[in-house]
Design a protein around this ligand. Structure first.
Ligand code: PLP
Length: 389
């Protein structure tokens, strides 16, 4: 019998799992882009393949990509870092700034991995609440940091899974009033405005004014490269230097770097894809509201929605009549009915119905127009059947 004991603390960490079906027709559960990469970008990648150095390690710290990003961000290339997805940067930041007995503060409800990365880095997770509508409350965060004295503060703006964008002025107030390093996770910022690299929305515009923060972005969402795992970060030179110590050499593979480089240099593709997604978001917002769902205000490529009281009652009653094994309040039961019916139609959304802070909630990434129409039509059918039952 094999005897072993994993590192202490791991027993408190759950393996990351999401409900899935292998043969889903419509996959809208992971905030990906549902369009394939544009043919122009695919062709450019193909052109490079014949002479591609598959046998060589990539540049040690993705130096050429750092140069390209630095030009776009108008920062010094030494202050740009790449990651195997922004996940790697978040995880490594917890290693770099957390540690035994030190607190890492992050929003709740938000990206569930913050807590896991904090725990993996032997740190104490310190969740701070968002407003009831899902926004970052600047004053409350500052007060939280004053009291809890975290070694690292993470902010997710726009926030996943609620989708809210909190204005730049609030972020600036936090940066000006907290003592610890701050990570601005802007994984979805392109959906607020794809052209706003240095403008009114992103904290990238504050880089020269505050030196206590890092800003992380990703190629997985608006750029449509989730499969290649590329994220990037920039920020205060001192903090970037710390990050460089914890990042492994050769940590982003050469093929991913090639594709990211090509895609980054086609800003028109990004703009048109984002504006298509925003149109789809507007249509879906309208459809869901008309059906009687409550929505968090989304500035992202996904929408978080919950049944209103009246709809929750009808859906829960309908679910019980249909023979579903349901537990919890009406909202939770209603969410479970909607999730199961969608799954039955091979539509995979993200189930937050049992999340303690989001009872009954479902998150849906915006797919293609055709996919979104099918989803809206099915939701209408479900809600109509429930109300008529
Ligand atoms: C808020 C947020 N940050 C970071 C990530 C990590 O993205 P990636 O590792 O694909 O860059 C995600 C992924 O869903 C996310 O929602």
């Amino acid at each position: 019998m094999l005897k072993f004991k994993p590192r202490s603390g791991l027993e408190q960490i759950e393996e990351y799992k999401v409900a899935t079906v292998p043969d889903a027709d419509i996959i809208v559960n992971a905030n990906e882009t549902n369009w394939p990469l544009a043919p122009s970008a695919v062709n450019k990648i193909k052109e490079q393949l014949d002479n591609f150095a598959f046998n060589r390690y990539p540049p040690m710290h993705a130096e050429s990509m750092c140069q390209i990003l630095a030009q776009g961000l108008r920062v010094d290339p030494d202050t740009v870092i790449l990651g195997n997805g922004s996940s790697e940067l978040l995880e490594k930041a917890c290693y770099a700034f957390g540690g035994v007995g030190r607190k890492i503060a992050f929003p709740y409800p938000s990206f569930s991995m913050y807590q896991e990365y904090a725990q993996l880095a032997d740190s104490i997770p310190a969740p701070y609440p968002l407003t009831k509508d899902g926004y970052v409350d600047g004053e409350a965060v500052i007060e939280f940091c004053r009291k809890e004295k975290p070694a690292l503060l993470i902010i997710c703006n726009p926030n996943n899974p609620t989708g809210n964008y909190t204005p730049l002025a609030v972020m600036e107030k936090i940066l000006a009033n907290v003592e610890c390093p701050v990570i601005m996770d802007e994984a979805y910022m392109e959906f607020v405005d794809p052209e706003d690299k240095l403008g009114r929305f992103s904290t990238l515009s504050l880089l020269n004014e505050y030196d206590n923060f890092l800003c992380f972005r990703t190629f997985s969402k608006a750029y449509g490269l989730a499969g290649l795992r590329v994220g990037y970060g920039t920020g205060s030179p001192v903090l970037i230097k710390v990050m460089q110590k914890v990042l492994l050499p050769y940590h982003v593979n050469a093929f991913s770097l090639l594709a990211a480089q090509i895609v980054y240099q086609e800003p028109e593709l990004l703009k048109s894809r984002v504006s298509m997604i925003i149109d789809e978001r507007n249509k879906m917002n309208k459809a869901l509201t008309e059906l009687g769902f409550r929505l968090y205000p989304s500035s992202t490529n996904f929408i978080m929605f919950l049944p209103s009281e009246e709809l929750a009652f009808s859906l829960a009653k309908y679910g019980i009549r249909q023979g579903y094994k349901l537990e919890g309040g009406n909202e939770v039961m209603a969410g479970a009915v909607v999730f199961s019916q969608l799954l039955g139609a091979k539509i995979l959304v993200r189930d937050f119905t049992r999340h303690p802070a989001l009872p009954g909630a479902i998150r849906l990434s915006l797919g293609t127009a055709d996919e979104n129409e099918k989803i809206a039509a099915l939701l209408k059918e479900i809600c109509t059947s429930a109300r008529e039952a």
